[in-house]
Design a protein around this ligand. Structure first.
Ligand code: HEC
Ligand code: HEC
Ligand code: HEC
Length: 113
């Protein structure tokens, strides 16, 4: 009997873990949700200036993601519209570069000390 209770508890624990797991996934907020009324509506290249007003220039952003290869904020495309990658209805950016390339974004191997 004792064994049964333990098993039931283990199953209940397992269930609550998986429920918590899926709740966490559902909690990943889209950019539009994070920003609320600060998310510039619709599309258009002009919108990137609004984004930069809060997040800084491409040069600043390139510093923030300098560890990534390729750096999504520094390329031959110059100052791309942010929403090419940062979609309002998504939590994670899409690498629009891959409409032409086949990059896997990775962290640079740290330089040896
Ligand atoms: C009024 C100011 C403001 C504007 C305009 C704005 N943002 Fe933000 N953004 C924020 C704030 C505040 C956060 C939350 C920062 C945090 O929680 O670390 C944020 C978070 C983000 C994040 C998530 C950063 C992270 O650490 O995961 C991204 C990506 C982002 N914004 C992109 C954009 C883009 C693209 C635009 C334009 C379409 C934009 N933002 C416009 C203020 C702004
Ligand atoms: C080519 C795709 C692309 C474009 C264009 C782009 N981003 Fe990003 N951005 C990314 C990726 C990829 C990340 C890294 C997410 C991660 O760390 O997993 C990122 C990260 C960020 C972050 C978080 C930086 C941090 O401190 O970690 C902010 C804020 C942000 N972008 C804002 C912007 C803004 C504002 C613009 C336009 C001026 C912009 N991005 C344009 C792909 C892009
Ligand atoms: C419209 C197509 C297109 C898009 C979108 C594009 N590229 Fe490129 N890219 C090219 C072409 C064409 C070359 C030159 C290819 C060559 O010389 O091998 C190139 C070359 C490069 C190179 C140097 C060659 C290499 O493969 O190492 C890098 C780095 C690069 N692109 C990064 C990016 C990044 C980062 C983005 C997204 C912000 C991006 N590209 C978006 C077409 C594109």
């Amino acid at each position: 009997m004792k064994k049964f209770i333990l098993t039931a508890a283990a199953i209940a624990f397992g269930l609550s873990m998986s429920v918590a797991g899926s709740a966490a996934a559902a909690d990943a907020k889209t950019l539009a949700e994070i920003h609320g009324k600060n998310w510039p509506e619709a599309t258009g290249w002009a919108k990137k200036d609004t984004c930069m007003g809060c997040h800084g220039s491409y040069a600043d952003l390139a510093k923030a993601t300098a560890k990534l290869e390729p750096n999504p904020h520094f390329s031959h495309l110059g100052d791309v519209n942010c929403q090419e990658c940062h979609k309002g209805d998504k939590a994670e950016p899409e690498l629009m570069c891959n409409s032409c390339h086949n990059f896997t974004l990775r962290e640079k191997t740290p330089a040896k000390k």
